[in-house]
Unconditional design. Structure first.
Length: 339
């Protein structure tokens, strides 16, 4: 009598994929062409499924694909708390995060067919996501920055309007043009190589805002480290253009910016207003305490798992976008404190 392993060998897929393809309730997690191939082989072999008693509870298996290195996740609180949200929500809903793939090591797209769904953390190229979707229809991308992602679910925040709001607030306090320090996003391929760098929504919003307000573009695009922040602010100061205010794309960069300003005897919140992004805990312990825009972190992880559950329950064929708004927090670097 033919077995699932026999079918898997002929179909060149895993036994788990065969099991899902032959299960009416789970076949939507497998690419249609794979389902058709598996069912055809099963019929040819005369396969008869073994009847089991219905289970009272089913565990959903999920794979996590991250575009971040272990060092990046360790150093950036933002990603750490996204992971926390994923794991805690998964645990409470019988979802097992069964495997973690780091894209830098390359991920064989066929492997994702083993799972009920995939959660992607970070930016990935359209081509690679479409490749993964051939083997698993249930994909949720966290921290989406690509407006072309119309074929997978995305969970993110409203970075562009938040940036425009922060720039308007800074302009009300600034005595001169607003400068911006941020970084690009890196879109990864499934094989672990870099597709290309793409502008971050905060940088795009800053560029658009300067055009509308006829202000010079005083931006420094660097990497996302504190040391990069030190270097970037010193370059801006050395350029000779007076800086009326500063918008920084992340708290880790802003920590370096504070040091660079101190080295030049400048104090944000006194000599110029400064707003950052992320709202990480350590920002409130700095001197001066960073005024930072709080961004959802755990909440993004929670929403991603909820999207997985919805995809599996509804079997819908359309994609959904979830945007969790951020908000301006309190700190000493904005507004300007009067002496």
């Amino acid at each position: 009598m033919a077995t699932i392993k026999d079918i898997a060998k002929l179909a060149q897929v895993s036994p788990g994929t065969v099991s899902r393809a032959l299960n009416v309730e789970k076949e939507s997690a497998v690419a249609p062409e794979t389902v058709e191939r598996v069912k055809k082989i099963a019929t040819q072999l005369g396969y008869r499924p073994v009847q089991h008693k219905a289970s009272t509870s089913a565990t959903i298996t999920c794979a996590l694909i991250t575009t971040l290195t272990l060092q990046q996740e360790t150093e950036d609180e933002y990603w750490h708390f996204i992971r926390k949200g994923i794991y805690e929500t998964a645990k409470s809903h019988s979802v097992t995060i069964q495997n973690i793939f780091r894209i830098q090591n390359g991920v064989d797209p066929k492997l994702v067919a083993e799972y009920d769904a995939i959660i992607v953390m970070g930016s990935m190229s359209n081509q690679s996501l479409k490749l993964f979707k051939q083997f698993n229809k249930n994909i949720v991308v966290i921290d989406d920055v690509n407006s072309d992602y119309d074929f997978v679910d995305t969970v993110g925040t409203n970075l562009y309007p938040l940036t425009r709001m922060a720039l308007d607030d800074l302009q009300a306090e600034a005595q001169g043009p607003i400068a911006f320090i941020g970084g690009n996003r890196v879109e990864m391929r499934a094989n672990g190589s870099v597709e290309h760098e793409v502008p971050d929504p905060r940088a795009i919003a800053y560029h658009d805002w300067t055009l509308i307000h006829q202000q010079p573009d005083m931006s420094e695009i660097t990497d996302w480290t504190s040391q990069a922040g030190v270097t970037a602010i010193k370059r801006l100061i050395d350029a000779g253009q007076p800086i009326g205010g500063l918008l920084v794309a992340s708290d880790p960069i802003a920590i370096g910016v504070l040091k660079g300003l101190r080295d030049r005897q400048l104090t944000p919140g006194k000599n110029l207003p400064l707003i950052s992004f992320d709202g990480i805990e350590v920002a409130s312990f700095l001197t001066p305490a960073l005024t930072s825009i709080w961004l959802p972190k755990e909440e993004l992880g929670v929403a991603a798992v909820n999207q997985v559950l919805d995809l599996l329950a509804s079997h819908r064929t359309w994609s959904a976008r979830i945007s969790i708004p951020g908000k301006l927090g309190r700190g000493d670097t904005f507004p300007i404190k009067q002496a």
